[in-house]
Design a protein around this ligand. Structure first.
Ligand code: ADP
Ligand code: MG
Ligand code: MG
Length: 483
């Protein structure tokens, strides 16, 4: 049987604007599919930029990405356990090329280690991102994120609004379903909080504490607050766990670290913090002062379970991703029968050093840059150098520093017709969609306690933009119709 790809409902531009747009926007306002605009005040959230329709995705592709997620979780947990010192060695090298950030995090880790890391258990809240390669039809990995992965809350909202518009007959002309195949709703908004709660449970079982809380460490001026709040509310409503939002620069004033037990308390209430969940600290801009670095260190030193701890965060560099694409490196962490599934999701990645592979990378970067993207050790979008810009960019930095970057083959994704809705603006265009699979894993330096798939995210962007940052306005949150 060949599965036919669902097409868009045929509505005129006027009908879309007058009938469908209010349905989408008002469902979102009523149910919290919202985000703050730039320069917002607190009472001013607006509907998230999203697609009007779910994007067709082959069921097999989703199933495959879901299936490999627990292997990916385990792979990154094993790297972060750093038993053979592999991550330490890689990161120490990298620190030479990126002293400002990777180097700073590494130094902080060494400092914590010298003082003594009391909590050996960490929680990974990960997201593996993929594009669907147009030629092979296979999912290819863009990157693996190990810190502050976002949109787990809002992904569920966008799936829910698309599902509602389909089930309630709003997409169709006859009041029936438009899409016969499934318009699923991501469970990420519930599964991430479940992982936070189980980390708190683990903490409680070790300390005998009760009524402990989770601290969300968040950015100043964060616009994506609702995405985080959805997790907070589900954490409380479904798991019965309370939480507090703290900004990094407030940590030393609002928390107290017991010098003997290393337990962390919220000063104002005396509540004990079992889990520290980072939605910041992933970019150099998140550290505005030396105090901020000190605060990050004291969180690392506390007995609270970090999501993620520094080593887990450092396992997610682009450099690690590049090294894992070398079979011999991957073999250090996974047996052969578990390597093939995830190996199939890799595209070619190159270092830019003096190794044979690095020399090849340099040649490709200079001779055929149009097929590649150059990536520094950064997160959060907007940092990469694309195609023809690569040689000129490399020309501006000394060759010894090129090794701070990785060169990655560009994935050529299939486009899907959709309508991107940004406020009242509509862009009807073929879009590029990036699938993210969330995964959570609770592990110590010795043991893995639980390892789970935790929902999905589909983000779409206009092909004219190299990057798809939703907050930056280039991209939006989407959902899927499976075929
Ligand atoms: P970040 O950690 O900043 O999110 P990414 O590696 O995800 O960095 O790159 C940002 C964006 O650039 C991706 O969301 C994707 O749109 C685009 N991109 C990155 N790598 C590739 C690639 N190999 N092929 C095609 N597009 C890519
Ligand atoms: Mg990233
Ligand atoms: Mg990314």
């Amino acid at each position: 049987m060949t599965n036919t790809i669902p097409t868009l409902p045929e509505w005129s531009a006027e009908e879309v604007e007058q009938r469908l747009l209010p349905e989408l926007l008002q469902w979102s306002l009523a149910n919290g599919g919202t985000i703050y605009p730039p320069g917002f005040n607190i009472n001013q959230a607006e509907a998230l930029t999203m697609t009007l329709f779910p994007t067709p995705l082959p069921r097999k592709a989703l199933e495959k990405a879901v299936r490999v997620q627990t292997t990916y979780n385990e792979l990154y947990a094993r790297i972060a356990q750093d038993k053979n010192g592999w991550l330490s060695e890689v990161t120490e090298q990298l620190a030479n090329f990126d002293a400002n950030f990777t180097g700073r995090l590494w130094k902080l880790y060494l400092e914590a280690q010298a003082i003594g890391i009391s909590q050996k258990i960490g929680l990974g809240v990960f997201r593996s991102d993929y594009l669907l390669d147009a030629d092979s039809g296979d999912l290819k990995q863009v990157e693996f994120n190990t810190v502050s992965v976002s949109f787990a809350g809002l992904s569920t909202k966008v799936g829910a609004v698309h599902n509602f518009l389909n089930e309630s007959g709003k997409y169709s002309r006859n009041g029936g379903r438009f899409y016969e195949s499934e318009v699923p709703i991501s469970e990420s908004a519930f599964l991430l909080p479940r992982a936070l709660a189980s980390a708190a449970d683990k903490y409680n079982s070790l300390t005998g504490s009760r009524d402990t809380i989770v601290a969300f460490i968040v950015q100043r001026g964060e616009r994506n607050v609702v995405d985080q709040r959805i997790l907070e509310y589900n954490l409380f409503e479904r798991q019965g766990v309370k939480s507090v939002r703290l900004m990094l620069h407030e940590v030393h004033e609002r928390t107290r670290l017991d010098p003997i037990t290393k337990r962390l308390y919220l000063t104002s209430t005396g509540q004990e913090i079992a889990v520290v969940y980072f939605r910041t600290c992933y970019s150099p801009q998140d550290f505005a002062s030396e105090q901020d670095w000190k605060n990050r260190l004291s969180l690392e030193l506390s007995y609270a379970i970090k999501a993620p701890n520094l080593l887990t965060q450092l396992s997610g560099t682009k450099k690690v991703q590049q090294l894992l694409s070398e079979e011999a490196v991957l073999a250090k962490f996974l047996p052969a029968d578990r390597r093939s599934d995830i190996g199939a999701t890799f595209v070619n990645l190159y270092p830019l050093d003096d190794s044979p592979l690095g020399k090849e990378g340099k040649r490709l970067a200079l001779e055929m840059p149009e097929r590649y993207v150059l990536k520094p050790q950064r997160e959060g979008g907007g940092n990469n150098i694309y195609k023809e810009d690569i040689p000129a960019f490399l020309g501006t930095i000394p060759e010894e520093e090129w090794n701070g970057y990785v060169l990655m083959e560009l994935i050529n994704p299939k486009l899907n017709e959709n309508v991107l809705v940004r406020g009242q603006e509509l862009f009807q265009e073929p879009l590029i969609s990036e699938l993210g699979i969330y995964g959570t894993i609770l592990f110590s330096d010795e043991e893995i306690y639980s390892n789970d798939y935790a929902g999905w995210l589909l983000r779409s962007k206009l092909p004219s933009s190299n990057e798809g940052g939703v907050a930056a306005g280039f991209g939006c949150v989407d959902s899927m119709v499976l075929y």
